[in-house]
Write a protein that binds this ligand. Sequence first.
Ligand code: S3P
Length: 480
Amino acid sequence: MGGSSCCNGSKVLRAAASRIVRGNTMSHGQSPRPATARKSSDLKGTVRIPGDKSISHRSFMFGGLASGETRITGLLEGEDVINTGKAMQAMGARIRKEGDTWIINGVGNGALLAPEAPLDFGNAGTGCRLTMGLVGVYDFDSTFIGDASLSKRPMGRVLDPLRQMGVQVKSAEGDRLPVTLHGPQTPNPITYRVPMASAQVKSAVLLAGLNTPGITTVIEPVMTRDHTEKMLQGFGADLSVETDPQGVRTIRLEGRGKLTGQVIDVPGDPSSTSFPLVAALIVPGSDITILNVLMNPTRTGLILTLQEMGADIEVMNKRLAGGEDVADLRVRYSELKGVTVPEERAPSMIDEYPVLAVTAAFAEGATVMHGLDELRVKESDRLSAVADGLKLNGVDCDEGEASLVVRGRPGGKGLGNASGETVRTHLDHRIAMSFLVMGLASEHPVTVDDATMIATSFPEFMGLMTGLGAKIEQAEIRAA
Ligand code: S3P
């Protein structure tokens, strides 16, 4: 992760954004840039995956809110996270970078400033929904906008509990962006049972609770990623979690307490890890090592599933770093067999179904995935985007309302698209990366219609993959 030695807040975030632009081009306002992946062999090498996106967003948010200084290393400098940094800056946080360390001087809990312009979250659901909770309960206007993908995604899941807390909402039809929020003088602390498995909704309510007097309670019937709870406790919030024998979690947060700046080292993103990991499993002769991967159990469902499919994944050097489980992974090419993925595992691998579906295309027999309703409301309708892309590339699969069945073809004979037809990515980074991984083990090339939006979560993807020996080429940028 490059970086100037030191510069002021606006400049450093702009510089980070422009490094992303130079590295990979921006995902919006620019022409799409197709990319093609071809059959490769023997992926080899050791790589370090950029920081976890969920933890990076929260590091900027909580650092920007807490009193005093927060120092962050390993931050993911993807477009999504940079947009969160800009939003925090627009609400009073001071952000700069010295060497590899981001340094934030926060405003203090309850002291965010009214943003003068709409907050633009680009492609990022997490940045947008969490910030709606964080600032929506303040007694001033805050406006949220985003790109074409984010503007189609449902915001009602966050706006409904905020309305219960007393927030006035002005939004486009169907609770879509653009949205303007105005909090009451004194927000109501609520008890909210999260109706779908969503860490974003849980987090938005808890973050709204930070500026609400009394105790805000979130009941989470199915556990989702717990970074908000863990990190808020780390920043000094009075937050407790109780889990009943059925696994239902009750999270209580005392509002209006003090948060204090922290030192954070962000571990590698397990979701980004999944792309080189799966590539090594399906490309014959591969043997790679991936360093410093977050192994929080709410994020490791894919690794478990791949191991059940027969994947050779060695988990090495398990350790604790900043309160999180971290390990290095050695991954070797493996002959895989199809499995049925237990439905209750979905929250711990929700972002990994596209790449699992690609893996399944190279496994012996059928892989059956149920409980995928939430995939329909991600950066794209991932269920149909995956099924369409698989079919275009010769894979036998069935898309159900909330399920996907993929029948694999070990060796990838006949897979890919000999006539160069492109997979439609719908501005979805994980669809683009999943299908590029598919092309590495398919008989024919696989082409995606656009790879620019990969920079939202994994700007280093192309360089890292080609460094391992993957044959991926991006089309030249066409002159305007
Ligand atoms: C995230 C939660 C998940 C996940 C997203 C990141 C988070 O979204 O898909 O990539 O950091 O809280 P949902 O809450 O919609 O499941």
